[in-house]
Design a protein around this ligand. Structure first.
Ligand SMILES: CC(C)C[C@H](N)C(=O)NCC(=O)O
Length: 547
């Protein structure tokens, strides 16, 4: 018998794969209504992680996620990650993290998909055109809180696995999931879980995939960086109760006036951060970065129209993209205790707390930022010689993340995008924060890719958040294709994970505590979350150094 040359066999196999890919695509197209129904069910759960009164819904959401993965035959665990302490001292259970595993073939590559099913708040009275928790499709866009961020992308990953299963096509890689319920408030408790499971659940994972962001334009994108987030509360307290502004106005030094005064020292009208040390910490833009940004197609007029603004902070593309992705910024979000209802209440609030955040970039450290901001605001407050009391707290300290775009994961990503959309992806960074991305990188040393499927105009966190049916379905196909492309990464081209693990074995409990003390969970006593999880930290004796 004559043996076929290896190249012929490989060619034949690729034909079989292409044939099967078409079947998978057909399956996705013909199951789109079920996919939309699944999204409808998930969106109907008000899994707002920032509102403690919604905690039962969040627990229900985690159970629903676990049930779905279990029904598909996954090996599912709901991991208890402990409790959070509320500002009033009360303890509240954190939503369990769902881990799942589909097939476990030692000869195959293993990927771990991370996502979250908690959402930002959403209220009709905030100006939504439709009920935020009732998925409503208008002109191909499916509106609802959490559609794009991050329920549809999580479901798209689940449906990608389901499609392989339904057609009896063996998954080309082992697939694991980590789905959490606190991403929107800083991923409380997750860092510790990642540390604890580094040598168990995460040990055989080769690559981590995150799809919790959006494209820059109509062109699909791969994301290689996120900014971090230092989120602060600055509280000023004066009289022991609110006062009538006619009766007492002019006699007391008002906390709100102090607060507005110190907030105004944070950033100039032209966007210059005024806190010493922050701008100085940022790496200058390299020529290579300049060129990358210059080459990206980005329509500034379209961007302005999308946002409904007449002017942007910068009027050239490179500066705008750089300030969106790789420079820090200050945003002021709100003032607790301030009068904000309609009408004309004439009160002097006794205690007000401003919430603001600084998105930081790779050369910055949240702990340093915390010190810089606290000292700066205390000095600004001292100059006012006010008798009121100021308390500055950092509530979230999430680090930025940056990947190497030459990594094989990005090569595979480009191939998958080409297969599904027949274009090259934009290579972009993200101005938002995915707190656990940097933790995965530091703790596991595994390659990480962000593969968004959200549209550029999805309005994450805003009124009328949506994902288009097109992005949802093509995104599912993208994930199907990506699982195949990852399986094609030759073992010889994989970074040597064994080598990385050897490098990581020499750190002890001191290292573990050093890491955890920087993580969100332990940043601030009395703030959002301070109590260690109840789970055991099995692998603490060999906690890794940052590679
Ligand atoms: C676009 C972001 C990376 C999406 C993410 N889910 C998010 O909103 N994170 C919190 C944040 O404030 O950036």
């Amino acid at each position: 018998m004559k043996l076929l040359p290896l190249s012929c066999v490989l060619h034949a196999l690729s034909i079989v794969h292409a044939f099967r890919y078409d079947h998978l695509v057909e399956h996705v197209n013909s199951h789109q209504d079920q996919y939309v129904q699944a999204l409808r069910e998930w969106v109907s759960v008000e899994s707002d992680s920032s509102d403690v009164s919604k905690r039962a819904e969040l627990h229900r959401m985690m159970e629903m996620t676990a049930d779905k993965l279990r029904a598909m035959g996954g090996n599912v665990t709901l991991v208890d990650i402990g409790e959070q302490q509320l500002p009033n001292g009360e303890m509240l259970a954190l939503p369990k993290v769902v881990t799942a595993q589909f097939i476990s073939d030692p000869l195959k590559t293993t990927v771990c998909v991370y996502g979250h099913v908690d959402v930002q708040p959403g209220k009709l009275e905030d100006g939504w055109a439709t009920e935020p928790y009732n998925l409503t499709e208008i002109n191909g866009n499916m509106h609802g809180r959490g559609t794009s961020d991050n329920k549809a992308p999580v479901l798209a990953w689940i449906h990608a696995v389901e499609a392989y299963q339904a057609l009896n096509i063996e998954l080309p890689v082992n697939v694991k999931f980590i789905i959490e319920g606190m991403e929107e408030t800083g991923s409380n408790g997750l860092d510790a879980m990642v540390v604890a499971q580094r040598d168990t659940f995460l040990l055989d994972v080769d690559y981590i995939i995150i799809s919790d962001c959006g494209w820059l334009s109509l062109r699909p994108a791969l994301t290689y960086g996120t900014r971090g987030n230092c989120y602060f509360s600055a509280e000023i307290e004066g009289a022991k109760q609110d006062l009538h502004s006619g009766v007492y106005g002019g006699t007391v030094i008002e906390p709100m006036t102090d607060l507005i005064g110190i907030l105004d020292t944070l950033i100039s009208p032209s966007g210059k951060i005024l806190i010493p040390g922050i701008r100085e910490a940022v790496d200058p833009l390299t020529d290579e970065e300049w060129k990358t940004y210059q080459d990206i197609e980005f329509d500034m007029e379209n961007y302005k129209n999308k946002l409904g603004v007449t002017e942007l902070m910068y009027n050239n593309k490179v500066d705008l993209l750089a300030h969106m992705w790789r420079y820090p910024t200050v945003s002021i979000h709100g003032i607790e205790g301030a009068f904000s209802a309609p009408g004309t209440k004439t009160v002097i609030p006794a205690k007000v707390a401003a919430k603001f955040s600084i998105r930081q970039v790779p050369s910055m450290d949240p702990e340093v930022v915390k010190k810089q901001v606290t000292e700066y605001l205390e000095a600004a407050f001292a100059r006012r010689k006010s008798p009121n009391k100021l308390k500055v707290t950092m509530m979230i300290g999430a680090k930025p993340w940056l990947a190497n775009t030459q990594h094989v994961l990005y090569e595979a990503g480009k191939k998958a995008v080409k297969r599904v959309f027949n274009v090259e992806p934009d290579m972009i960074r993200e101005g938002g924060t995915i707190p656990v991305a940097r933790t995965f990188q530091d703790v596991t040393g595994k390659g990480i890719i962000m593969m968004p499927i959200g549209g550029f105009d999805d309005g994450m966190h805003s009124q009328n958040e949506k994902i288009s049916r097109y992005n949802y379905l093509e995104g599912t196909k993208l994930f199907i294709a990506y699982l195949h492309e990852v399986s094609q990464i030759q073992k010889s081209r994989r970074p040597d994970s064994q080598h990385q693990l050897t490098l990581l074995t020499h750190v002890d409990m001191v290292g573990l505590h050093a890491f955890l003390s920087q993580s969100t969970l332990f940043v601030e006593k009395g703030a959002v979350c301070t109590r260690p999880p109840r789970m055991t930290v099995e692998s603490s004796a060999s906690f890794p150094a940052v590679p």
